[in-house]
Design a protein around this ligand. Structure first.
Ligand code: ADP
Length: 397
């Protein structure tokens, strides 16, 4: 069985064609600058990279070009489109409308239109992606795989905000979380790697990238996560503030003459590591600047590490202990000093990092970086969200 995984952004579209028998990637790539002049498709297959530069006025043109590449004599990996069994689409937010992977129908797409406002930067793009694929491949079965599904198991006391309950009921304002497919993948991969039954494990998964979230996973089910109604909440991130007192945000809006909407853009795009350091949102730049003596870069990193550590502590309490601590995503997989700082002085909680094992260059493999005798296993696991989307799509069929 072959599954095409689509991750559509407002002006981009990433794809992978995955062979489910071997769970291997046959081809992958992405379209950039859709709807803007200077469109480009980068396609990787057979160990080669193929680049096509042509205007991509909309997502339908982009997906048509992707399909053309997939069946191309030279760059292609399949004889015809019939070999694609189904398409799995990544969707960021589902609200309470969908709690699991869902087959695309007209009715489902109508609901998607209704919940579009839950993730205004992402969901409209996913809809464009689905509609484009339906236009080009009308007979193909398609699935929506939601980032929020994995978090749907959070108990009410964990996912609710302490607002008027009737407002929650009316507007569905609550914690939904994000990065669910990644948290799911790495928690399952951790259990597999350790040869343990996930039902018996208490796991904390730290997805630390440009956007970061931390989840508490008990028996394979998410019981809490750091992101909230939107990805703005939780630990400070590349450009997002993370948790902030609403009154402080309102005060800033007033002082800086920003509307509520401008305030949100400010908190999402100008804060976090970038805002504190004044250097960059990128952890490689931050580490280099801090090593070079830049005090604000050091401060930004200290704030990030401290916040992550606090979430780990809180989730140990929520889980009633901890068996495995997992690091994943760009920062979690690559930034040695971040893992070290988060695990520092956690001996009392059974978390002891082996500094030598921790100091390795990411090679795409799973690494156990816990010290001999550490009660908690500390694992670094490269995430694979596309594979989860493909697995979920295949399972739905
Ligand atoms: P996104 O949330 O955009 O998916 P990623 O998970 O790709 O983000 O993480 C991006 C972050 O990972 C950046 O801050 C980057 O500095 C950091 N990072 C650190 N080392 C590396 C590396 N060797 N390769 C890629 N990203 C790295």
């Amino acid at each position: 069985m072959k599954i095409l995984v689509i991750n559509a952004g407002s002006s981009s579209l990433k794809y992978q064609l995955i062979d489910m028998e071997t769970e291997s990637v046959l081809a992958k790539g992405g379209c950039e600058r859709i709807g803007i002049e200077g469109g480009k498709l980068t396609h990787k297959a057979h160990g080669e990279t193929f680049v096509i530069e042509q205007d991509l006025p909309d997502h339908t043109v982009a997906i048509s070009l992707v399909l053309k590449e997939l069946v191309d004599k030279k760059a292609g990996v399949i004889g015809s489109m019939d070999e694609i069994d189904a398409v799995g689409h990544r969707v960021v937010a589902s609200g309470e409308a969908f709690t699991k992977t869902t087959l695309v129908t007209d009715e489902v797409m109508e609901t998607m239109e209704v919940i579009k406002e839950l993730a205004p930067l992402h969901n409209p793009a996913a809809i464009l992606g689905v509609n484009a694929c339906r236009a080009v491949m009308p007979d193909k079965k398609m699935a929506l795989v939601f980032d929020t599904s994995f978090h749907a198991t959070m108990p009410d006391y964990a996912h609710l905000y302490a607002i008027d309950y009737e407002d929650y009921q009316k507007y569905k304002v609550r914690r939904y979380g994000a990065h669910g497919t990644s948290h799911k993948f790495v928690s399952q991969a951790a259990a597999e790697y350790l040869g343990r039954n996930i039902e018996e494990l208490k796991i904390i998964t730290c997805h630390l990238g440009n956007g970061s979230s931390i989840s508490a996973v008990k028996g394979g089910k998410c019981i809490d996560t750091s992101m909230g109604f939107t990805p703005l909440a939780g630990v400070p991130m590349g450009t997002r503030s993370g948790d902030i007192d609403y009154a402080a945000a309102e005060f800033l809006c007033r002082k800086k003459g920003m509307t509520m909407e401008e305030g949100l853009t400010y908190l999402n795009k100008k804060c976090g590591m970038l805002g504190v350091s004044g250097v960059s949102s990128d952890f490689r730049d931050l580490c280099a600047a801090a090593e070079g003596g830049n005090d604000r870069a050091r401060l930004a990193l200290d704030m990030f590490n401290y916040s992550c550590k606090k979430y780990v502590g809180a989730y140990m309490a929520a889980l009633g202990g901890l068996d495995v601590l997992v690091f994943t995503a760009g920062v979690g997989e690559n930034t040695v000093s971040v893992r070290k700082a988060i695990c520092e002085n956690m001996q009392a909680f059974g978390i002891v990092l082996d500094e030598k094992k921790n100091d390795y260059k990411n090679d795409g493999a799973i690494h156990d970086v816990s010290a001999e005798g550490s009660r908690v296993k500390i694992l670094v696991i490269p995430t694979n969200e596309e594979l989860v989307i493909a697995r979920e799509t295949a399972a739905l069929l």
